[in-house]
Ligand binder design. Structure first.
Ligand SMILES: *[C@@H]1O[C@H](CO)[C@@H](O)[C@H](O)[C@H]1NC(C)=O
Ligand SMILES: *[C@@H]1O[C@H](CO)[C@@H](O)[C@H](O)[C@H]1NC(C)=O
Ligand SMILES: *[C@@H]1O[C@H](CO)[C@@H](O)[C@H](O)[C@H]1NC(C)=O
Ligand SMILES: *[C@@H]1O[C@H](CO)[C@@H](O)[C@H](O)[C@H]1NC(C)=O
Length: 179
C-alpha cells in the first residue's frame, strides 16, 4: 500500500516536471493596423512557419513623416477567459526617454528584449527610417516567457499602441498561447 502511494507521488512529480519542461509558447495570430495612413504604413506583418521548430514573426512599418522625435508605447495584456480580459498590465512608456536608459522601466525592458536583438529600433530617438522587426523567432520568445519570467498557461493577446506626438498611429496585436 505504502509503496504504491509512493510510486504515485513519484509519477505525479515526474508528470508535473515534464509538463513544466514542455511549457511552450506559440504565436497564433498577428494583426497590425495603421491608424493614420499619412503618418505610417504597414508594409508587411506576418507569422511564418518554416517547419515544426522554426516559426517567426516579421513586421515592417514605413514612417512617412520623418524624423519622428516623440514616441510613446502603450502595452496592454489580455488573457482569454470568456473572451479576452485585461490582465496584469496596461502601461504607457515614453519610448524616447526609455531608449536613453533601458534599465529605467522593468516591464518595458522585459518586452524590449523581444525587439532589441531582432530589429533596427535599438537606438535613441529620432527615428528617420522604416522600422523593421526581422524574424522574431518563436523559440526566443518561448525561452523568455517560460524561463525568464514564467507566465501562467493560457491564450494571450498583447496589444501595443504606437503613439507619436500624443496621437495613436498604429496598433499591433500579437496573439499567442502558452501551453
Ligand atoms: C485587425 O484589427 C482591426 C482593428 O484593430 C480590425 O478592424 C480588423 O478587422 C482586424 N483584422 C483581422 C484580419 O482580424
Ligand atoms: C527548420 O528550418 C530551419 C531554417 O531553414 C533549419 O535550420 C532547421 O534545421 C529546420 N529544422 C527542422 C527540424 O527541419
Ligand atoms: C488602457 O489604458 C488606456 C489609457 O492609458 C485606456 O484608454 C484604455 O481604455 C485602457 N485599456 C484597457 C483594456 O484597460
Ligand atoms: C542596443 O543598443 C545598446 C546601446 O547602443 C547596446 O549597448 C546594445 O548592445 C544593443 N543591443 C543589441 C542587441 O544590439
Amino acid at each position: 500500500m505504502y509503496t504504491k502511494h509512493l510510486e504515485l507521488i513519484v509519477l505525479f512529480t515526474l508528470l508535473y516536471s515534464v509538463e513544466k519542461i514542455f511549457s511552450k509558447f506559440e504565436f497564433t495570430n498577428i494583426n497590425c493596423t495603421s491608424l493614420d495612413k499619412d503618418f505610417d504604413d504597414i508594409e508587411y506583418c506576418y507569422l511564418k512557419s518554416v517547419n515544426r521548430s522554426y516559426k517567426y514573426l516579421s513586421l515592417k512599418v514605413n514612417l512617412l513623416k520623418t524624423p519622428v522625435t516623440k514616441v510613446k508605447i502603450n502595452g496592454r495584456l489580455f488573457k482569454r477567459f470568456n473572451g479576452y480580459r485585461p490582465f496584469m498590465f496596461n502601461i504607457t512608456a515614453d519610448f524616447c526617454r526609455f531608449m536613453t536608459n533601458t534599465n529605467s522601466n522593468a516591464v518595458a525592458n522585459y518586452f524590449f528584449e523581444f525587439l532589441k536583438s531582432h530589429s533596427n529600433i535599438n537606438h535613441t530617438c529620432p527615428y528617420d527610417h522604416d522600422l523593421i522587426l526581422d524574424k522574431l523567432d518563436v523559440s526566443f520568445v518561448n525561452h523568455h516567457v517560460t524561463k525568464v519570467l514564467p507566465f501562467p498557461e493560457g491564450d494571450y493577446l498583447l496589444e501595443t499602441h504606437w503613439i507619436a506626438y500624443g496621437i495613436d498611429r498604429a496598433v499591433v496585436k500579437i496573439y499567442g498561447t502558452l501551453s
